[in-house]
Structure formats: C-alpha cells, structure tokens
Design a protein around this ligand. Sequence first.
Ligand code: SF4
Length: 456
Amino acid sequence: MNTDHSVIFQERKDQIHRKGEEPFEISCNKESLAGAVSQRACVFCGSRVVLYPIADALHLVHGPIGCAAYTWDIRGALSSGPELHRLSFSTDLQEKDVIFGGEEKLTRALVELIDRHSPNAAFVYSTCIVGIIGDDLESVCKRVSGEKGIPVIPVQSEGFKGNKREGYHAACNAMFRLIGTGDTTGISPLSVNILGDFNLAGEIWIIQEYYRRMGIETVANVTGDGRVDDLRRAHGAALNVVQCSGATMDLAKMMQEAFGIPFQRVSYFGVEDMAESLYAVARFFGDRDPGIMARTQALVKEELSILYPQLQKYRKALSGKKAAIYVGGAFKAFSLVKAFRLLGMQVVLVGSQTGTEEDYQELHEITDDGTIIVDDSNPLELSSFLKEKDVDVFVGGVKERPIAYKLGVGFCDHNHERKEPLEGFIGMLNFAKEIHASVVSPVWRFVPRKTAGRRG
Ligand code: SF4
C-alpha cells in the first residue's frame, strides 16, 4: 500500500475502509471535518440543484452575488418548453442590506421579476448571510404571493446549517407546498411521478419513453423538465419512482405519508439496474395490467439486442483497466460499479459525499477485495488514492475533474456537466464510448500519469 498517509487527517481515518484488510466498519452521515476541504457543497447548493430544473418557475437567490454562481451554465437541465430556469437571479445583498436588512430589497426584486417574466411560481432561496441577519422570508413570500396571485415559496437553505443533504430536504419541503393543490382528474391508474432525475442531456425523455412503451403515464417530472402545474397534481399518480438516494427521497416519504402514494427506488444507470427498475415498476402495476410485464420484457430485449453488439468493442479495449468513482449519492455508485464490471473493468476506489451506513455496506458487498471505500473525501485524499491505485479513469463531477487531469488520469463527468445522456440503455453505450475515449486518448502521451512511485 503506497498511500501518502500524511494527507489523511486522524479524525477522518474511520471514514475510509479498505475491503479485505479489515472488518467492515465505516463512519459516515456526519458533518464534514472543519479544514478538510470537503468535496461536498453547501445546503443552498443542494436545494438549488433539486429545484432549479423546474423550468416555468422563477428562481431568486436571496444573498450575495457569489452564491448565485450555481447557474444553468454549470448544471444544464434541459426543458422541452419554457426556459426561465436558465436565468439566474440574485438580490445581490451588499453591506448596507446586511446592516439594515434585505427584506425590502427582496420584495422589490420579487415584484419586478414576477411582473417581467410571469412565472407560474417563484422559489426564494435563503443563503448564509440571510440566515445570519434573520430576514423573514416566509412573510415576504406570503405578502408577494397574495399580491401577485402565484405561489411564492421560501426555500430555507442557509448554507451553513448543515451539508448538501439538508439542502435536498429544504427543496423537498418547498415542493411539498405545491403538491396537492392541483386537479387530478383524468390521470391514468397506471401512472408515475419520476423523482430524482434532472434531465441532464435530455435523460428524462429517454426514461419517459420507456414508461410510455410500458403503458404508463408520467404525471410529474421531479424535477428535470419540471412544471409547476404538474407538481400541483403529482398526488394523483399511483407510484413515485425515485432515483438517487438523497435528493428527492424526502419528498417521496412526505407524499406517502400525506397521500398514501408508495415509492420505489430505481436507478437508470447501467444495464442491470436500468432493466431491473423497469421490471420493478411493471411488477407494481401487474395486478392492474396483466400485460405490462410482457411489454416490459419485450422492451428490454429489444434495447439489449441493439446495445450488446455495440458494447463489445469497448469491452475488448477496456478490459482489465482500473476505475475510480466519487459521486454525490452512493446509489449512483452501485450502478457504476456494475456498469464498469460489464465493461470488464475493475473498480479500485469508490466513494460518495452523502452515503449512509447501509449504502456503504452495499458497496462493500458488491466491490472486490482491495477496493478503497471512502465517505466525504477531499482532494488530497482522492489524489493520493488515485496515485496509489494507478487508475485509468476517474468518474466524478465538476470538482473532481481537475484532480484527474492534474494526475494524467482519464475522466468522465457523471454529474451535472454531462452533455451526453448516460441514463437508459443508450446511456450505457454513451458511457462506454466516453470512458473509452478518455482512457485511450492520445493526450496522455503529453501528460504522463502520476502514480505513488512515479511523480511525473
Ligand atoms: S449559501 Fe453560504 S456556503 Fe452556500 S454559496 Fe452562499 S455563502 Fe457559500
């Protein structure tokens, strides 16, 4: 083992596990260690990620302009219609507002923006400084909502009050205010809400089409290509299908409690999980529609007959290569481990920002001996592990990309910056293509890989 142990803080040692070297135990689901420069984002960022794809809503960040850096440009959720979500609005709080309060400025901004853009709802995000000065978002939103006749919803996402996971919760609370306020007439008994998909590169359209072929109506997208009116009637769906372990699970639980709608966890990444997700939904509706399973099997068969022959050349080229994974939610990591296995590759490092003990237990079960499993990591640790394991490709998000490139390692963005759909059966093929292109790229001739023994 050639990890540079000086980069691992004493207080973080129990958040790192090496499979096969010790009994499984990992500490997780806790606040980041101060000074460790966690890869996690703040509460505000968590809520913004979840809500901003609602394309016909106004999204106003109440805070200093810096917080508004989380825009559509770095998280390109696509819309089939309105594109108000692509505009980033901020109240741009200054020293004077911090001293005298920002409520008046917020009111003026809201009124002006609603008049100018006629949104179907407005979300107002609270940031760190707003939590500190104590602006009353609730009362401002209520007043403007009464005046303008649309829902104006505060998102209590002060950045400092926890981690990204709390932001998801704040977003779910905000959306829950809309759900149950619309008319559900005409919704099919075979209907779902798609939760936890943000329509990056048009992915939700692929999934919607699978459900359509199975005979299932999609009531609301939560939140990729999302619409306010769809959310209002989402309580009319028969089932919530929830992708990703963190982002929208709280909403599914709230809807189950308030409206009795069951939920099912799914993953649209990789072949196994994609197929199993469709089968699980077909099983759920089996009593109502005896033909649904046969239709689903035909769908999967057809998609695989197209996919498998095309995958072979990538599998041949990538067989035996080593991969590292560091993602936001651990649920995605499960699918990625399986997807790499399908490509004949070995996962030697896997971690997440927000995994729970059960998540890591599952990762422990599906990974090979020697794999490093890490919770809430940081750039120094990740660099050290990548060098130790001499990986060929790293899968992560925007904050992991420079780590890979600086070490001369291939990279695949599996987060908000992706431009090719990676969900669905077609997504597996795109994933293989992208991994292959990065691993065999001639650019690495000019940027030799740094490993523990070779600093380059
Ligand atoms: S909410 Fe706070 S932590 Fe988040 S971006 Fe703004 S200032 Fe930074």
